[in-house]
Structures are given as C-alpha cells and as structure tokens.
Design a protein around this ligand. Sequence first.
Ligand code: G
Ligand code: MN
Length: 410
Amino acid sequence: MATKTFGPPTEAVLAPDQKVLDLLDVLRRHLDMDAVSLSIWEGDLAVTQVVSGDGASFGLAPGVTVTRGRQLSREIQDARIPLVIGDARSEPQTAKSNIIKDLDIGAYAVTDLSDAQGEPYGLRACVAHRPRPGLAPREGRFLGLIASFLQEFLIDLRRLWETRSGVWRCISRLIDTGGPRIVYQPIVRMATGQVTGVEALSRFPADCFGRTRDTEGWYADARAVDLYSELETIAIRRALAALPDLPPGVKLAVNASPSTVAHGLLPLTLDLPDPSRLIVEVTEHERWADTPDAIEAVRLLRGTGVHIAVDDAGTGYSGLEQLIALRPDIIKLDHTITRGIDRDPVRAALAAGLVVLAGKIHAKVIAEGIETVEEHDAVLAAGIELGQGYLLGRPGPLATACATSRDQTS
Ligand code: G
Ligand code: MN
C-alpha cells in the first residue's frame, strides 16, 4: 500500500529564528549531512519550520508537511526504528520505508523534540542522500545534547506566561488571606515518650490555578513566580501564632530556606517573648553559597537564643557543606535515611556517624520519618534520642501533637 509522504502545505510556519538556524548548520556540518530540518507537530502532520542545507532535494522547505509524522515519532520513542542510521537502504528495518524511498535518503539521524514543559513538540531530522557508513550510534548522544539545548528556543511563551500569571495570582491571593493552614507534628524523646517539640508544617488547598498540587508542588510553583520566600514567611508567621499555646518545655520548629532566613524571618522573631522556644529548621533547596546574607542572619538569630537545625540531613546539598557553614544546634536526619534503617547497615552507620559528629559540636540529632517499631528501635540503637514520624504522631492540630505520647513500643 502506497503511503503519502507529504501532506498539504501550510502557513503554520514560525518566523525563522537565526539561533535555531545556526544550531542546525552546526549540526549538519558535524554529521556531514546534506540537510537538517526542524518540524513541529500539527495534529498528525509534521510541519517543516526551518531547513539548513539542501532541503529542496528532499522536498523539504518551510511550510512543507510530512504525513506519518506522529507515527514516526512513536516509532522513534519506542525504539522501533533506529535513531541514527548510516545506510538506510540496506538496513532491514528501514529499507522498505516509503519515506526513505520517496525522499531518497541514504543516511539519517532523527531526534524527537519536546518543549521546556516536556510536551512533544516536533522532530529534528538530519538527512543525506548517500550512505554515511561511519555514522555511529554514539552520535545520538550529541544529538540529544543539542535537542535539550533547543528546548530553550521551543517554549510556548504565551502558554508559559499565562500559566505563570495565573499561578502568581493564586499564590498571591493565598498570601493575602493568611497563607497555608498549619499542622503540627510531635518531636518525641523516645525513651520516655515525652513530646519535646512540634514541627509546624504547611497544608495547602488541593489545587492551584486548576492544577493538582501537594505542599512541595505549591512551593515549587511559588519558586517559579518568585514568591517562595513570601509564601514561606507567611506560613511561619501563622505557625508562630501557636507559641503562646505551647505547653511548658515544648519547642516550636518552623521550616525556612536560606533566602527566607536572610530576608523574611528576622523581623518576625524580634518580638518573641522567649526566642529559645523557637527552632528554625533550615531547608536545603538552595545553596548557601548563593545566599551569603543567610549565614549572617543565622548568626543574629542564634544570638537571640533561637535554635538552628539543619533539616533533611543526609540528602541533597544538605549535607556536610551546610553542617560546616551552620554549626547547628540540631541535626534532623532525613526520612530517606530512617526508612529501612533496621535492615541496612549503611544507613545505620551513617546515623551513628552523625551522632558522633553531633556530639563533637554539641548538637542533638532528631530522626525524621520513623514509621515502624523496627525503625524506631534501630534509630535508638544508633544513639539518637529524639524522633519524629507517623509512628510517634501524625501531623495534626496543635493540641493533639502536644498530647501525643508513645505507647506503641515497649
Ligand atoms: O522536610 P521536612 O522534614 O520538613 O518534611 C516533613 C514532611 O514529611 C511533611 O510533609 C510531613 O507530613 C512528612 N512526614 C512526617 N512524618 C512522616 C513519616 O513518618 N513518613 C513519611 N513518609 N512522611 C512523613
Ligand atoms: Mn522540617
């Protein structure tokens, strides 16, 4: 059955972007190909947008549509056809292909393109009439690099910024109405079951601008529209309102990124009657080197009596760099280390090592994310006295968190 290769011509051609053309030129010379084209999807058609080299001899020019485009894309994604092929006419997988015959292709390299949001965007094809026997599958790596670089130029600016504008309004409204709801999770001295602190955690509406979002999603959205610190600050402000209701001896822990520590947090702590009841858990999502003000702010905070904790220790950049920079009063062992610590000697050794380190800098260790009795016992065996996690108490109302006592273990 003869399959049509070209579809109807279309007007749907973007203004040619010189940067994209330059990149295609480089790629064409790199692979010693006759032509390189960039097409974007329109329904099932691949609409040729930009062509470098002798596209005419393949019938390729801006506006030319190629049928089977989507099918081709699926075949590429499922690795049903090779991405790089040095001799298309003798390779059994491609020899019978209509596109190969119609366009008189001897060698090709194709790459599926996605936009900055990861959505399928189009196809990039490098083609030559004569075979290129030396063309190695390894070229696929270089092609992939250029494809991910191209993403930058492929973004749908209107869609991206209309979404961001909606997200900004959504987060802005939440900030104006007092910020996220706050729940509290107990921090427990495991030997006695006594609650020594509660960590304040943000809880958000289920969707932001029509998109389902969990706590991390909301903060990621806030970061994308530069409202992260403002959102975190309003959450902390709301959490601090619980201070007068805390039973004696119970501390309040709040989460703050380095930029929040540097900018939003200090003013909130100025009027605290007893700053030593506050723990600031510094989270790790940005590098300290990028926020030098934060180190100074930590020094000031500590001067007022506020306790400093390193959150999520054992993950990301939170590791040793932050311990050295902060000299924390508290190290919070991340739940990814706690998870299965009873069955993994490496996790147990890491926990025990942190206990030794903490001892030397006069810090305490809190194990996060304790879910099972076995984890609880293993954490204790590693020398950690304070714990947090579903086994010891789920995040909930303040009064519940303060009243939680351990009775699951013996
Ligand atoms: O990074 P930070 O430690 O602040 O993260 C706390 C998050 O972990 C909260 O969203 C909280 O609901 C969740 N959490 C608390 N205890 C547990 C637990 O035992 N297991 C798991 N999987 N998550 C927990
Ligand atoms: Mn935390």
